[in-house]
Design a protein around this ligand. Structure first.
Ligand code: PHB
Length: 391
């Protein structure tokens, strides 16, 4: 048993420290943010983009919020769900992080959900896009996008712009299935017809046989979704199959014409129409400043939609800490995040208080060459668009 005086002594020392510095001892605290990202493997570009954007946000805004010092810890899950879960547990138990974030693919986010729920630690989805992820933990909040949100606008646009028959080709996992379903719903509600739905495996896909099958069906257009990192391989095989020469248009979500890879995909892409939540070319003062600062800190790298998700994820964390006055209580932080709204490099965004999902503009874009470089040039906007499949 400790003597009563022992506790008195400890307390006394704390009070003395407070008086001596003139600041409450709490002001010296560090808030740790643990980002779990694929830094190696097939989705490494997602990890690189988000890490660069999160570090840029901290460099621009300082590492102090509401009297706390922010410390970023980045861990590589190599794109495997077992590793994401183990890293989440280690970050919570050993590093005592107050907030988790990142999650480069849907299965990686899903693996972290139970850890976030049990530890009552907010988990900010900065990349993954399957609609139902936010329903799997009350501690999930999303700053990326959802596939129903990004797909529905191109489905409606296609039906209204002379495209009548479409074959869809998607990666066979959560976001691909969301894209497939949302495309069909939006396209057919506006008079179009999906004549075939093809799914390619996520790992090491060979798209040739699927594209040949799509070509043989002679649709007006092929709709494509693959996750960030696979667009260049897919579009090379699209060119090899000669879809354009056969009079078949190629449309998709902006994941396919990802800014990270677009410039290496070649002039065959010029004219391709997609819908998406972010383009490096987005015309706003906020985005001009973001792209310039990102390029300065990361020469030879273009910020893509993953960078936007990471940058806004850090903005969300800072704004929530300001609202809680520096409290890192997980329930209070998530409550503070609900309804937050601000202007991102991608345009106006907010967190839907009912779903903890992002509400944002979705843009219709066309690939064009500007100053010798390929860009997704936005020409139409669906403002403040919510995931249409959330209840
Ligand atoms: C996902 O796994 O949810 C995901 C990954 C990359 C994308 C879109 C969705 O570009």
């Amino acid at each position: 048993m400790f003597h009563k005086g022992f506790f008195k002594g400890i307390l006394g020392a704390g009070v003395a420290l407070t008086l001596a510095t003139g600041l409450p001892a709490i002001a010296q605290e560090t808030v740790k943010v643990g980002l779990i990202l694929p830094m190696t493997g097939a989705s490494a570009s997602t990890g690189r983009q988000i890490e660069a954007a999160a570090k840029l946000f901290i460099a621009q805004n300082g590492n102090k919020v509401a009297g706390k010092t922010i410390e970023l810890i980045v861990k590589d899950d190599q794109g495997t769900a077992d590793m994401s879960k183990r890293l989440a547990q280690e970050l919570v138990v050993n590093d005592k992080v107050s907030i988790l974030g990142g999650f480069g693919l849907t299965p990686l986010a899903l693996a972290v959900g139970p850890v976030a729920t049990q530890a009552k630690v907010p988990a900010i989805i900065m990349a993954a896009g399957t609609s139902m992820i936010v329903d799997q933990s009350p501690f999930f909040v999303r700053t990326s996008f959802t596939l129903p949100q990004n797909t529905t606008p191109i489905a409606v646009w296609s039906a209204k712009n002379g495209i009548k028959k479409v074959v869809t080709l998607v990666s066979d996992f959560g976001p691909g299935l969301d894209a497939e379903k949302s495309f069909k719903a939006g396209f057919e509600a506006n008079g179009g017809q999906v004549i075939e739905q093809l799914r390619a495996p996520l790992a090491n896909p060979d798209f040739a046989a699927f594209l040949q099958k799509a070509k043989d069906l002679k649709p007006d257009a092929v709709f494509l979704f693959v996750p960030s990192g696979q667009g260049a391989t897919l579009m090379k095989q699209v060119a090899e199959r000669g879809l354009a020469q056969a009079g078949i248009k190629v449309i998709g979500t902006g994941d396919v014409t990802d800014d990270d890879l677009l410039n290496s995909m070649g002039d065959d892409l010029i004219g391709m129409i997609t819908s998406h939540n972010y383009s490096t070319d987005h015309n706003s003062p906020e985005n001009a400043a973001f792209v310039a600062a990102f390029n300065k800190a990361n020469p030879n790298m273009r910020p893509n939609f993953m960078a936007a998700g990471g940058y806004d994820g850090m903005a969300l964390i800072y704004k929530a800490l300001e609202k809680t006055g520096g409290s890192t209580d997980g329930v209070k932080l998530v409550e503070a995040m609900k309804g937050l709204a601000w202007t991102s490099p991608r345009g106006p965004i907010s967190i839907d208080p009912a779903t903890r999902d992002i509400i944002q503009n979705v843009y219709i874009r066309k690939v064009e060459k500007k100053n010798g470089q390929l860009y997704n040039v936005e020409f139409d906007t669906i403002p403040n668009f919510k995931d249409p499949t959330h209840k």
